[in-house]
Design a protein around this ligand. Sequence first.
Ligand SMILES: Cc1cc2nc3c(=O)[nH]c(=O)nc-3n(C[C@H](O)[C@H](O)[C@H](O)COP(=O)(O)OP(=O)(O)OC[C@H]3O[C@@H](n4cnc5c(N)ncnc54)[C@H](O)[C@@H]3O)c2cc1C
Length: 569
Amino acid sequence: MSLQAAVSDQILAIRVNAQIDDLANHERFATATPDMVEAIVEGIGQFAAGEWAPLNRIGDKEGAVLANGTVSLPDGFAAAYQAYVEQGWNAIAGPVEHGGQGLPFTLAANVLENLGSANMAFSLLPMLTVGAIESLHHHGTPAQQALYLPKLISGEWSGTMNLTEPQAGSDVGALRTTATPRGDGTWSIKGTKIFITWGEHDLAGNVIHLVLARTPGAPAGTRGISLFLVPKYLVNADGSLGARNDLRCAGLEHKLGIMASPTCVMSFGDNDQCIGELVGHENEGIKAMFTMMNSARINVGNQGVQIAERALQQARYYARERIQSARAGSPSREPVAIVEHPDVRRMLLRMRALTEGARALLYYTAGMVDRGALGIEGAQARADCLVPMIKAWGTDIGCEVASLGVQIHGGMGFIEETGAAQHYRDARIAPIYEGTNGIQAADLVTRKLGYEGGEVLTSLFAEIVANCSDAPVLQALAQDCIDVAQWMAADSSIDDKLAGSVPFCTMASVAVAGWQLQRQVRDGAGGEQKAVVARYFNEHLAAESRGQKALAMAGADLFYALSAEALAG
Ligand SMILES: Cc1cc2nc3c(=O)[nH]c(=O)nc-3n(C[C@H](O)[C@H](O)[C@H](O)COP(=O)(O)OP(=O)(O)OC[C@H]3O[C@@H](n4cnc5c(N)ncnc54)[C@H](O)[C@@H]3O)c2cc1C
């Protein structure tokens, strides 16, 4: 079935959770007027549903193909990407001095939300380019920025992030790719990267790879990693394309989902002629990566919302169309649409509450990022704490909602023709890449929990307690979060903290998402429907989450009761 952009719910979240009107009061974001917001949300919604969504199925069936060193996509992708670039969607939040529109990150998040609901695999192309833009914007030299940023911002060229190697996944510090000075200020790059999203393709004129590598004599681990810009085609001083660089796509991975996103094995320097430029300072590559990591992780959390929305729309449609059995509580023996059965209603309401709650959390986080960029006190630290929540919980709910979507379709959900199965398969990558959800939870309890002696997180939960007198379960859940945070800060070992990190991350996310949904209810624009969805969120999801307090504080002893041989032998 065709996609309908969730325009009104997106505008509500942008207005209430990101508080866009307040952002527009600052000179930097003054162009984000209500009219502009509406034009963007409606415009990208229409574009994505009209031009990218119809390619979702064919992208899944035919996927990306590697032949003679070139990766091609099914018919229609090149034209759809060209239209996206020509309409200026790639430039929404790019810096004005390099051709961007300088609008808030919140609105760039909305562009991605719509593109990803339409076609998650395809939306990874602009999503990765954003990462390259941010790295260069913050760490590139003026010359690098002038040469590369305008074409990355327009979308004429695309970008990639090359971190992962076979032995270096979560442990980025184990990477071995090398960079050796060539004597002319450039570097010779040599090594193999795996799992590189959109690492090779023919949709953009050039592919700008950002590659993490080690320079000679660099310290071991993450302290010895530097960031390099390595273009597919070398770029002349006037911006024209030069020779092909010594890098190639050595293979495409065969995957569970996102078939139209080429996941490449990239080989750099087969002939020792791969030329790269240092970005930022030597051995400070991880710092440069951290700059773009926040937005990259939010953008992956956004994918959870995207796929949840798509799966939800499909399930709603099917629940009205599929006739099966009389309703047990009705005197009539006529078979009814399955939406009439209590358990199907439970699933639909759960899907809606998870999707709308995650969207509320997404735009709250995005708005906080924009406030951080404006230098508003405390905003950046709060955004930093919200990032692992939207990444981990957002992508977890993407999987749960897509799974419920399959369930609502019954047997037809397991059959590829309906498309429900594709959403389920596509959703599954998001908890894995851009730092697995386990790594996100570890980041929350080992780094973020310690911000300002724990004050940043506890003040967030205290605000929920103070602000939710109309939602007592949320208040109680937020108080649970304070209790866990204090226990982790004071009484627990590092193993205990890590053992409880995922339950804590989940309960914290549910508390913040529920609070933000409650703010939407108070706004009133979502009417009765929003109130019912939020009630389900509070009475079911938040109530369930309260059970996680005991799990978060259970400690690690049970997990180590069996030896590694006994557990995994
Ligand atoms: C489709 C796809 C696209 C990708 N795109 C890119 C890309 O564009 N660029 C790029 O550089 N990489 C990319 N990746 C790589 C991705 O980021 C990694 O797969 C991910 O970071 C996990 O690393 P790994 O696969 O080596 O898993 P591992 O690190 O081996 O992890 C395996 C399991 O162990 C857990 N684990 C590992 N270490 C710890 C720890 N310290 N504490 C607790 N748990 C731990 C993990 O959470 C996970 O559950 C992509 C991967 C895929 C599959």
